[in-house]
Structure formats: structure tokens, C-alpha cells
Ligand binder design. Sequence first.
Ligand code: SAM
Length: 458
Amino acid sequence: MKVKAPVAVGDVIEIEVTGHGHNGSGVGKYHGFTVFTPLVIPGEVVQVRINQVKKTFAQAELLTVVEECNERVAPPCPIFESCGGCQLQHMAYEVQLLMKGQQVVDSFKRIGGLDHLHIEPVIGMKNPWRYRNKAQVPVGLRNGKWVAGFYEAGTHEIVDMETCLIQDPQNDHMIATIKQLAAECHIPPYNERTGEGILRHVMVRHGFKTDETMVVLVTTHNDFPGKKKWLRKIQETLPSLTSLIQNVNARKTNVILGKKNDLIAGNEVIVDQIGAVQFKISPHSFYQVNPVQTEVLYDQVRQFAELTGAETVIDAYCGIGTIGIYLAAQAKAVYGVEIVEAAVQDAIENARLNQMRHVHFTVGAAEKVMPQWVREGIKPDVIILDPPRKGCDQALLSASVSMQPDRIVYVSCNPATLARDAKFLAEAGYEIKKVQPVDMFPHTGHVECVVLFSRMEK
Ligand SMILES: C[S@@+](CC[C@H](N)C(=O)[O-])C[C@H]1O[C@@H](n2cnc3c(N)ncnc32)[C@H](O)[C@@H]1O
């Protein structure tokens, strides 16, 4: 029987927050109907306005906290509520970690039907601020004034950001300088609605260990009035840049980078280091944005993989080869597979940079390449899976099981798809031995997990 929602858009109601939804929002019931609201904490009573009504739930915005809980803190960032970058600054950090841990427990229980698992407490950061090594912000005009920053949550309005508390301060400085010099040189910012203007985005990457910095200026055209002067001024004002690149993106699209990169000054890549391993990073490469926690995450993978030097390891969904190369010193051979060709080129280059000759990378869909490896006689002892948010293709999970590795180490950025895939692996004879969540993105709703599966004796 279809139940009519007891709320309509625009209604103002009072609810008690009883749990967490995805992405850090709170959840409560109104006459038995589920209502999600950002910026609230379980235990609080809040007044909210309904913004959206779906068949089984509604989305609301917070108006006032009627009964506040002790875990609420004043968000240190002045633009926290308008900027869409963080979702949890109103919660004490220890409470964020507990909430993320609970999110993992709930997903395993609800989606995987796995409710007797021991899940370790989330490993947080000692200092959970200024952790991002990469900033990528749109620029535009708002009320006639130059702005650069994240989009307001759920909109395409840019919130001007002088400083971002989860961003490396040097990246803030780079963006502010480029914005100011563009205004001085009359380089018009891009207007999404009309498609007019020149400067679309500024991307900055900073190697925390090496102090190398890359700036990518995303423009609509290759040539435009004032270009020479602007680029010269950037180089004079920011002499420490390792790499200055112009990327041209003429398309009306949400995709930030166009295909073409022109080197303006310095090197085509920057180098950074995780643990003892170095990586070359080009503008299009995926590279983890929290380098401090990346080392924690990869160390966890290494611990679960239990390598002695005699094992063959598969690194599926390998990106630029970071995990495989990180583990390679303790492995007999490593095989990485990744669908993006440019990432595989970087991975091959990175294996060379670290003098790892027993590491091999292949371009292709992991679910197709792995069965091929079986036919070629590659028999992994350990398989590492690090898929995107949608989780693993079932064909990939089947191929992994058919290879009968002793251990599968699954790295996941989405507890829901992790729980689904864990159920599959558990039913296929792989016991879940350990689950370790790691906080890669403090103050946001995301949580990363490393899970160790071990083959059960028949
Ligand atoms: C979460 S990233 C992990 C990258 C890497 N392990 C790291 O730590 O930097 C997931 C990767 O899977 C790749 N990918 C997506 N679908 C794939 C598929 N079907 N087969 C192989 N790789 C795929 C993406 O391009 C991306 O590089």
C-alpha cells in the first residue's frame, strides 16, 4: 500500500535526530517518515524546513537547534555553513570518528547482513586540519567581485574563500595570488551560464614531503589578451613554483580539466613521497589528497598483506601504481591493472623511478584482465582491491575468488558497496578477519576502510 508522505516542501517541523544518514547528515522520523537534515547531531531536537519530498524520505534544512547536545562545537571556519566543502565542522572531531565508525558497522549489518564483525575504531589524525595537498577551485564574478572557492552546497554559486582550514595554506596563497593577478591583468573569469570568459579553474598540488608545487590554470582558450603579462607576473610573484601549466578546456562541461596541457615554466610533473617511495604526479593523475593518512592507509594494507618477499601480488584498480609500488619491496612480483591509460603510463614511470623491476602494469578493465592472467599462469598469493565508489564489478570478484589467493585486502571509500562486496566474498569462502576504518577526510562525511579477507580451508 502506498503511504502518503506526512510532509510537503516548505513545511516547518520539529524532529528528534536519532541517527546518521550518508555524507554526515542526521536522520529523524516525523510520523514514522524518514527526514534527512545536514548539520545536526544525533540526540538533538531540531526545527527544520522540508526542501524535497521523495517516496520514502524527505530532505530538510536546519532552522534552529531546539535542544543542543554536548558534542556540538562552534565551527572554526567562517564560511562552513555556506561552503559545500566540509559537512561535519559542527561536531567535535572525536565524535566525527565515532560517527564514521558507526556508519561502517551499520553498512556491514544492513547491506552485508554481517552483524557479528569486530570493527576497529577509526584511525583519525592527530591534527585534522590543513591536510589537503590539492586544491581545485572554480573562479568567477559574484556581485561584480572576483571570487574563487568551492560551490555552495547543492548550487553552482561560488563561495569566495580566502583561506580553507582543511587546505594546505600554501595552496590558499597560490590561489589568492593568481586570482589577484588575473584581475590586475584584466583576464575575465569564466561564466558558466554564458560560456564567456577565460579563466575557469585554478588547480594547485603541493608535495608535502618534497615541497614541490604545481599550478594548473584552466582556460577556455589557448591565446587571449593579457596572457603574456599575466603569466610573467605569476612567475615573478611565485618564484618557488616547480611547475606552471596551462590547461585548455573549451567545452561547456562540469569536467574540470581539458585534454591539452601546455608547460609554461618548470617541470611537467611534480614528485612527492609516501613512506620511502617516490611518485611522479602529472596534472591528470589521481593522487590521494591527504598524504599523512595515505601513509597510515598504505601501512595498514601492508600489515594485512603479510608479505615475506615470496608472494605474487595483484594490485587491482591501481591508479598510478601507488599501493603496488609501496608493497613491492616485500613481494616477489606485483601485477597492477587500471582502466585509465595515462595512469598506467605514470605507474610504469613510477616503478622505474623507484627501481622496481618486478612490478608490471596493464591497461584494461580489471574484470577482463584478471581472467586473462589466470590463463597466463599468474597465481597471486595476495590480491589488493581498491575500486572507485561504486565498488567491484561482480565479474572481478568472481575472477579474484577463482584465483584462490590466500588473502584479499580490500580498500574502500564507500562502506555501502564494501558491505555488498564483503557479503559476496564471505559467501564465496573468504572470511573477514579485520576491518580497519581510516579517516582520510576529516570534517567531511567520507570514511575509508581496509578489510582483510582470508581464504577458509575447505
Ligand atoms: C580509488 S582509485 C584507487 C587508485 C590507487 N589504488 C590509489 O590508491 O591511488 C580507483 C581506481 O580504479 C580505476 N578503475 C575504475 N574502474 C576500473 C576497472 N573496471 N578496471 C580497472 N580499473 C578501474 C580508476 O581509474 C581509479 O584509478
